[in-house]
Structure formats: C-alpha cells, structure tokens
Design a protein around this ligand. Sequence first.
Ligand SMILES: [Zn+2]
Ligand SMILES: [Zn+2]
Ligand SMILES: [Zn+2]
Ligand SMILES: [Zn+2]
Ligand SMILES: [Zn+2]
Ligand SMILES: [Zn+2]
Ligand SMILES: [Zn+2]
Length: 482
Amino acid sequence: MQNEDNLKGLTEKFFKSLKCEVIWKGKILFIEKVPADFEKLFGKKSPYSFVFDTADLNDETELITKGSSLIKLIANYLDHKAQTTLLKIKFNPDFKTELKKNINWNDYEIVSISEKENNDYIYRFTIMTIFQYLNEKEQIISTIYIHNKSILDNFNADNYETGEGKKEEISFDNANIRENYAIAKDKLKYLLQKRTEHISQLLNKSLEKEIQRIDSHYKSEYGEIDTEVGDAIKKIQELNLKLKRASAKNRPIIEEKMERLNQTIEKLNKSEEKEKFEREKSFLINDEKQKHSINISNNLINTSIIYYPIYSLKASIKKKDNLSGFSKEIRLDYNPLTKRLSQLLCEGCKKEINEVNLCSTNHLACTQCISKCPSCFKIVCNSCKKSSCTVCGISMCQKCETICFKCLKPVCKSHSCKDSINGKNLCNNCAEYCPICQRFSQKTNFKKCQSCSSNFCVYCTKSKIVNSKTKILCKYCLDKYY
Ligand SMILES: [Zn+2]
Ligand SMILES: [Zn+2]
Ligand SMILES: [Zn+2]
Ligand SMILES: [Zn+2]
Ligand SMILES: [Zn+2]
Ligand SMILES: [Zn+2]
Ligand SMILES: [Zn+2]
C-alpha cells in the first residue's frame, strides 16, 4: 500500500511539474497536455490513463508498478531536465476594505487610493530523491519553498491562483538561484534524515545477519582442518606422557614423532586451503558491505520563481465633515499573501498606531502625542512647532504665534498688538498705550507732555510756542489751556 501511494504521488507530481493537466478520475490518473519531448521518450501520445492496482486495469488504462518503464523513464528524464518556471500569484485585493478592516479611521474617510506594485519572491525547488539499496529503489519527491533566504513552512503555491510569469517583470540571476538552492539542499538533508536513518538501520541489521551467516559457514569449512589439528595435539600430549617413562634408547624415536606432529600442525594452520578460505571470507564480507550500502541521489526536477506584488498604497483622506475634499496622504504597504498591512507610525514618537488622529496641522499622531493648544484650544501634537509667549510664557501653536517686529520674539494673541504707525505686530513689552487715541505703538513713538507729564503717541502730541518757548503738549492740554 505504502509503495502504491508513493508511485501515485510520484507520477502525479512528476506530470504536474511538467505542467501537464493532471486529474484523478476515481482511481485513474488522467494526464493531458504532455510535452512533446516526453511523449517521444515514452513512445506514446497523451492523454494517458494510469492505474496503480491490477484491479483497476482495463483496455483503456495502463498499470504503473515499481518496475514500469514509466517510472524508469521519469528517473531518466529528471536526470537531464531541470526546468525553471516563472509563476505569478494573482491577487485582486480590495484595498479600501483592507484599509478599513485594519485601521480605525475615527472621523476620517478615504477619498481615493493609488497603488504601486513591487515584487516579492518565493523560490520553489522540487527535488526527487532516489534511495537505492539492496534490490530496493525508493523515490521521494520533496518540495521546498524559500522566502528571504529562509525556509517557508506551511506554504503551498497550489493554494493560490497562479499564472505564467514574465521574465521582464522580475529581476533575478542564477547566483541568486544557486544561493537559494543551497539552502533548500540543507533542508532536504533534514527532511530525509529520518528515512535515511531508518534505511541505514535496516541495512545494518541485514548486514549483521549476513556476516553471521558467512562466519558460521566458514566455521564448518574450517572444521575438518581443526579436527586434524586437534587429533595431532592429542597425540603429542600422549607422546609427552610416554616420553617421561621411556628409556634412553626409545626417547629419540618419540621425540622425532612429536617433532613430525608439530610440523603437521604448523602445516595445517598455514595451509593454502585455510588461507583461501580466509580470503574468500573477507571477500564475501566486503561484498555484503558493498551491497548493504545506501546510494542516495537527488535530482532537481524543477525550480520555480514565484512572485507576487507588494502594494505601496497612497490613501488620500479627509475629515468626514470637511466638504473641501482632502486633508492628508497616508502611505502604507500591503502584502496580499500574508494579508498584512504595514503599520502606521506616529509622526511624533514613531510608535506604531492603528488609528488615525490628525492634529490641526495634519500630523498623524498617537493619542499620547496629541494635546490642545492652551491658547486657541485647537489639537496640536508633539511634532507641531510650538513656542511660548515672551510676555506671559504660555505655550502655543504656530497658528497662535506672532513675532514682535521690534524684539523679534514670539508672542501670544492676547499679548500682541498692531503698531498704529507702521501697522506691524508688536509685543506688549515693546508697545506703549496712548490713552488719547487708545492705540498702541512702539515706545520710541511716544513723547512726554510738558504740561501734564504723561506719555502720548506722536499723533496725539504737538509742539507749540508758548511765551516764545517751544513746548510739547498733548491734545488734552492743548484743548484745555491753550
Ligand atoms: Zn506619538
Ligand atoms: Zn493655538
Ligand atoms: Zn502636529
Ligand atoms: Zn501672552
Ligand atoms: Zn517686543
Ligand atoms: Zn495717541
Ligand atoms: Zn498733557
């Protein structure tokens, strides 16, 4: 069953990788639109109807088993073809909905959205691994996805609508592919590790058995020689006993016999036969070791560069009750694959925010950075330029600030006035009030009345000759006394 499933998967994946149309019709794998060069190799024109169980075999179907020419052909074909395909994932996002869903717009509404596309890339490597050991041949197809130089788990391009990509739409080079393929191969090693270990264990067990079998075979082969040696040793022991009791005359005869037996033992142990057996044995063991090795080959079936757009969005927004149309442009990136929108940032503290608050000068700000101008009570934020009045020290927004033309310092509305003579802004420190015309002007424009000793502006004072002396007099004193 396991094997049958493997074959099904292999065949299906293989034809899919050739971009054929592959459909399961019940237990029949139906394949159409097969590339001509494969048809030629296979010797049959498509469509093909493959089955994997003899029970499903009929006149119109072809049975695929491990030994089928198709499977051999697939392996062969893969050796010589490694295709690179370009795939574009199609997206058609509704930006307005995405923006509304992800951000609290408060009192603002989106007027219009414009978008620009930048591509993001995913590399897909389809690799067929063939394990060969003893008389077994096992194929595993692995698909590895890489994004930003790291493995993308839980991703499957089949879950997305894709179309054929265009070379001119993307930028990549072969060095890029090689770099990513190296990452994929590392992952592949990891993916195959369990299978490899399992097979190695099986092979080790089997090898041990074989070595034991060879060992016991040669033990019985050596047997004959060993008995001969054993017999000789026994005889020597017997002669040894005789030697102790023997007369001086008999001794040399016994000693000679013992010497001959020793030579026999030596001969037997060094015999060509035994050496031959040893050679045979080590040859057979080495042979078994060879047979029990595992041969793993990886074939890159297909490289796909999958690309999809990252959208750079510009959303024009306005306050809902603002009829004039536009207040600010907000920039965001949207990744349709992850369905993630980039974060809005507070222009003041750069913290991530997910709601829209604009200050009175249209800065995007977080709630912590927003406050009211103590002078005009309009909303201001930390990135708004602020100053304090040179007269009262109150902090105020730029709209509230005027600059005194005399001292060039900022001043709030309630402590600034217009110079009645040149019409410029003055701070209260630099201005003086004329009680006659009830207007302000800079202090140098005031003169002291030589009658009442009060200061008045140049408009309200006059020089008059009194008793042949020139006097400066205010309008009051002039009217009263002269
Ligand atoms: Zn902030
Ligand atoms: Zn203000
Ligand atoms: Zn602001
Ligand atoms: Zn003030
Ligand atoms: Zn001033
Ligand atoms: Zn005056
Ligand atoms: Zn006066």
